[in-house]
Design a protein around this ligand. Structure first.
Ligand code: DON
Length: 560
């Protein structure tokens, strides 16, 4: 936690640094911070920072440690997006380590004989798994951005896999949800259950085989995963259990470097995920539409109304137009233009909900707080905002024997059939249909927001609700709220279809609910909270760093 004394000492050190350097190239240092969904991952990030690593080395350490201690959320059998900002040359890039469909995948692979979608087929077992991107992304980040070796940054994760971590209430909740499917894979059950049951609170989960796989990556970089002994075991395990991966899938996997989506909104610059995440385009549409009105000057009722209406319209476009930019033509420039936003919002009425059925065009129940996000700043101003996933809790629940690698079930993020909702109730069309080697559309939206006074590193898991959570978090940041208030604030969501405003208990007062219903909104209060936001804020005026981890789950934010 940051103390006043530290801030004072800190400002003094900044002054000294600034005095020593030529003003044009003044090196400004400040505190460092890591916010992640697990205390061991946060400590791993700080360990690497304190060992001389930069934010990128810390990102490798945090990602790999989360892969060990938060197996229900992300892992080296999964993928993600790492948004990196390098202070020395003021550049920002998105490392796209998203999974791809196996080369033997086909458009209708999850349809039953009667043409209906078999929802389990894209969620449970090895046929649900895309080719993992996280190992390649970590190797790339270490080699091109890090100061330390990949091996050095993997050390805390390997240690955690060997020594183990304790089962928490959240772990138990996730394992209870997926117990029956985990039991079908003996290697998954051996790793993540205790005598085939949900482990007791405090039970230690050790993963010696995962430690060995991480060690192979430490020794050989990406080849330690995509080639050689680990690759052989991955392919053998997948194929023996009815999966379609081949060695060529692993050899061919490549990360992509993407130019982030940049959004300008009333003096704020929002730098966020590009395709194959839908987050950047959906947010650009929402902020562009919103910028036509004085949001900050509105009453709470008006704010909620306009926010919901822009969500509805932007999520419709997600369903209709968005997919892997390497495989389909997405009219990004048009969708993110102000002229388009004006057209799209022309029918928003000041006092009335627009039924989704009145919009030309195609989603149902989304997820909560698996998948993972972390935010890092180092003392030199390098920043990382990363959202990583195996999709459903514990991914596909399948571990190829001898690897310790829990495979994702990200194939469910494709649209298995136009108009049929996936696990998060999202519908899609041609642009997100399954094709060999194609990346499935994502909602993960790691983001930086900056204005003249402050900057934030923000993101969260939450399936289809990720984008609206980040949107609401950015608005609260723009409104001047502090880190704790932003991650704690109650959430609401609309995704075009179903035509329902979902909200966390407490998000809307009784009066606000009445007013919104009067305007024509269908409201659904959720049973519990959702999301797991991790946030770091730098105050550019004082150089003070603050950080916060979502109070809904078990993460930890540390500034030092
Ligand atoms: O990439 C995506 O959009 C999803 N696979 C993310 C899943 C997720 O956030 C689950 N969390 N509740």
């Amino acid at each position: 936690m940051i103390t006043l004394r530290k801030i004072a000492l800190f400002s003094l050190s900044i002054l000294l640094v600034a005095c020593q350097s030529a003003p044009k190239h003044a090196v400004v240092t400040h505190q460092q911070a890591v916010a992640s969904a697990h205390p061991m991952a946060t400590v791993a990030g700080l360990e690497i920072l304190n060992a001389g690593g930069n934010a990128f080395d810390a990102a490798v350490a945090v990602s790999a440690t989360l892969a060990v201690v938060e197996p229900y959320s992300s892992g080296i059998g999964g993928g993600g997006f790492w948004l990196l900002h390098r202070a020395s040359d003021n550049t920002t890039v998105m490392v796209d380590g998203r999974e791809v469909a196996p080369l033997k995948a086909s458009r209708d692979m999850y349809l039953k004989k009667n043409g209906e979608v078999d929802p389990k087929a894209s969620i449970d077992g090895p046929r649900a798994a895309g080719i993992p991107g996280e190992p390649a992304a970590l190797d790339y980040i270490a080699r091109h951005y890090g100061k330390l070796s990949l091996a050095a940054s993997l050390t805390p994760a390997i240690r955690a896999a060997r020594a183990g971590f304790r089962v928490t209430p959240h772990y138990r909740q996730m394992a209870t949800f997926r117990r029956d499917v985990l039991r079908r894979s003996p290697a998954a059950a051996a790793s993540f259950l205790q005598d085939n049951e949900v482990p007791q609170l405090g039970y230690t989960i050790t993963q010696p085989e995962l430690a060995a796989t991480l060690q192979a990556m430490a020794d050989k970089g990406r080849d330690g995963f995509y080639r050689g002994e680990v690759a052989d075991k991955l392919i053998q395990g997948v194929q023996q259990a009815g999966g379609i991966w081949t060695h060529k899938d692993l050899h061919d996997y490549q990360i992509r470097l993407r130019t982030p989506q940049v959004i300008h909104y009333r003096g704020n610059t929002i730098t966020t995920a590009a395709l194959p995440s839908s987050g950047g385009i959906v947010m650009a549409e929402m902020f562009n539409m919103l910028s036509q009105w004085d949001w900050q000057g509105m009453s709470t009722l008006q704010r909620r109304h306009y926010e919901i209406e822009v969500m509805r319209r932007a999520y419709r476009d997600r369903a209709l137009y968005l997919g892997d930019p390497d495989k389909v033509n997405v009219p990004v420039t048009r969708l993110t233009s102000m002229a388009y936003a004006q057209k799209l919002s022309a029918d928003i009425q000041p006092d009335k909900a627009t039924p989704s059925s009145e919009l030309p065009g195609i989603s149902e129940q989304p997820g909560g707080n698996h998948t993972t996000h972390f935010s890092i700043i180092d003392k030199d101003g390098n920043r990382v905002s990363a959202t990583l996933s195996v999709n459903y809790p514990f991914g596909s629940c399948f571990v190829p024997p001898g690897t310790g690698v829990l495979l994702n079930d990200e194939m469910d993020d494709f649209s298995a059939k136009p108009g049929t909702p996936n696990a998060y109730g999202l519908v899609g069309a041609e642009a997100n249909a399954i094709a060999p080697g194609k990346r499935m559309l994502s909602s993960m939206s790691p983001t930086f927001v900056e204005n003249k006074d402050r900057l934030a590193i923000i993101g969260t898991p939450g399936g289809s609700r990720i984008i609206t959570m980040v949107f609401e978090g950015i608005l609260a940041f723009i409104d001047g709220k502090n880190a704790h208030a932003i991650v704690a604030q109650a959430r609401f969501h609309h995704q075009y279809l179903p035509d329902v405003v979902q909200f966390e208990p407490g998000a809307f007062s009784a009066e606000l609910q009445e007013d919104l219903q009067f305007m024509g909104y269908n409201l659904r209060e959720l049973d519990g909270p959702y999301g797991n936001m991790q946030l770091v804020i730098l105050d550019k005026r004082t150089q003070a760093v603050t950080a916060a981890s979502d109070p809904r789950v078990e993460g930890a934010a540390q500034v030092e």
